[in-house]
Write a new protein. Structure first.
Length: 317
C-alpha cells in the first residue's frame, strides 16, 4: 500500500512540478439526495430498501462500504419526517432476516415514524421476506408478496459451534479461569451443560414471544389453527402466507405503489428514493443498498472461529 501511495505522489509531482499532493483513496460519504424513479406530481411516495442481512455491521466491499442498514434507514426516515410532500412509505423487502436487535430497532423506527407522520406504510416482499424481514414488514398498513416470494420463518435461532472434539484431535487444550460457573456460557471450546441449554432456551423463548407479539400487533389475533402453522418457524410462499393472514395481497412492486397511493388518497404521485451522489438508480427495480450476498457481513464464519453465539431472526437453512 505504501509503495502505491509513493508512486501516486511521484506521478502527480511529475505532472505538476509542484510536489506531492494529498489524495484521499477513501472519500467521505456524501449526504443522501432525493431521486425520482417513477411518476410525476408534487406528492411523493418514498421507497425504502431493506435488502440483504439485517445487521448493524457496515454494508458493501472494503473500498465502498456504506453505513449499516440500521443507520441508513434511520437517516432516510429522518429526512422523510421533515418532508410534508411525502404522503406514504413503501418498503421494498428482500431479506432472509438478521440479528434480533437490528430487526427490532428498524421495526421500532418505522413504528415511531408512522406515529409521528400518520401516513400509510406499505411493504412489498420480493424474493425473500423471512424472519427479521417479515418482522420489519409487520407494522405496515398493507403487506404484498410476489407470487414467487418466500416469507414466514417466524422464530429465533442461535448459532453456536462446539469445537471441543476438533481441538482435542489436534492437541489443543482451551481453558478459562472464571468468576462464576456460567461466565463462559456458550463457549465453543466445551460442551454445553443441560442447565446452560435451559438458560439459552429461556432467552430464545423471550425473543420468540416478542416476535409473536409483533405479528399480533400488525396482523391482529389470528385463528388458533393458523397460528399453530405459523409458530413452528416454517417458510411459506406468498400465496400460502396470504391464506394464513400474514400478507394481504399477491402482487408486484407496481401493485404496492398503487396500494400506497390508494391508502394515501392520491391519484398521482412520484416514487422517490434517497441515494448517495453518484449512485445509479434509474427505476423502482434498481439495485438496492445491499443484496442477499450480504450474508457475509453477518460473519457466520466468525462463529466457527470461536465467536460468541448470536441470536437471530433469520431464515438460514
Amino acid at each position: 500500500m505504501l509503495t502505491h501511495v509513493v508512486s501516486l505522489c511521484l506521478f502527480v509531482w511529475l505532472l505538476s512540478g509542484a510536489g506531492c499532493v494529498s489524495i484521499s483513496l477513501f472519500p467521505p460519504k456524501m449526504p443522501l439526495q432525493q431521486k425520482t424513479v417513477q411518476g410525476t406530481g408534487a406528492d411523493k411516495i418514498l421507497m425504502l430498501d431493506v435488502s440483504g442481512i439485517i445487521a448493524e455491521g457496515k454494508e458493501g466491499n472494503l473500498l465502498d462500504r456504506d453505513e449499516s442498514m440500521v443507520a441508513r434507514i434511520k437517516e432516510e426516515l429522518t429526512l422523510a419526517a421533515d418532508d410534508e410532500h411525502i404522503k406514504a412509505v413503501l418498503l421494498r423487502i428482500n431479506s432472509p432476516g438478521g440479528t434480533v436487535t437490528a430487526s427490532d430497532v428498524i421495526h421500532h423506527e418505522i413504528t415511531e415514524f408512522k406515529a409521528k407522520r400518520k401516513i400509510p406504510v406499505v411493504s412489498v416482499i420480493m424474493d425473500v421476506g423471512a424472519s427479521g424481514g417479515y418482522y420489519i414488514a409487520a407494522p405496515s398498513d398493507r403487506i404484498l408478496a410476489h407470487p414467487t416470494s418466500v416469507t414466514g420463518s417466524i422464530g429465533v435461532i442461535m448459532m453456536r459451534v462446539n469445537a471441543e472434539g476438533l481441538l482435542q484431535k489436534i492437541g489443543v487444550d482451551a481453558s478459562s479461569i472464571k468468576s462464576g460457573t456460567k461466565k463462559d456460557i456458550g463457549s465453543p471450546f466445551r460442551a454445553m451443560t443441560d442447565d446452560e441449554k435451559e438458560i439459552f432456551q429461556a432467552i430464545i423463548d423471550g425473543f420468540y414471544a416478542r416476535f409473536l407479539e409483533v405479528v399480533a400487533q400488525g396482523r391482529g389475533a389470528l385463528p388458533a389453527d393458523r397460528l399453530k402453522i405459523i409458530r413452528d418457524g416454517r417458510v411459506l410462499t406468498g400465496p400460502q402466507a396470504m391464506q394464513l393472514g400474514l400478507v394481504d395481497q399477491i402482487g408486484y412492486l407496481d401493485d404496492g405503489i398503487v396500494a400506497a397511493k390508494k391508502l394515501a388518497g392520491l391519484s398521482e404521485a412520484r416514487v422517490v428514493i434517497y441515494a448517495r451522489p453518484g449512485s445509479y438508480k434509474q427505476n423502482i427495480y434498481s439495485e438496492g443498498m445491499g443484496s442477499l450476498e450480504a450474508l457475509v457481513h453477518l460473519d457466520i464464519m466468525g462463529l466457527v472461529r470461536g465467536g460468541t453465539p448470536q441470536f437471530l431472526y433469520l431464515w438460514m437453512p
